[in-house]
Write a protein of this length. Structure first.
Length: 102
């Protein structure tokens, strides 16, 4: 009961703000693939390999959440990143790239 009372404001946030969701189904569904593939990812080769795999998985998940085809986005980024200015790398994020003009 004490925990509930301590978290009362957070528990009622969705009642006070129309933008707050009552659940986190979107986040849970996005992580479902992580749970299913956990055994396969034990063999990333090294900690650095695991970090790279996590980064790539995160970017692919971001593509899906933003309605962007991950393979098309990866092809675009790989084809352009070599000559892309370092100070504009954020312009290559999935929600900023316009793949419809390709």
């Amino acid at each position: 009961m004490t925990l509930t009372l301590k978290q009362w404001n957070a528990l009622n946030l969705y009642c006070e703000n129309g933008w707050a969701e009552i659940d986190n189904n979107i986040a849970e569904n996005a992580l479902r693939g992580v749970a299913l593939g956990r055994k396969n990812w034990l063999f990333a080769g090294s900690d650095a390999g695991g970090e790279c795999a996590a980064l790539l998985y995160s970017l692919i998940g971001t593509c899906k959440l933003n309605g962007v085809e991950p393979e098309a986005w990866l092809r675009y980024v790989i084809g352009h990143i070599q000559d892309w200015p370092a100070n504009r790398v954020r312009d290559l994020l999935p929600w900023k790239v316009d793949l419809t003009s390709l």
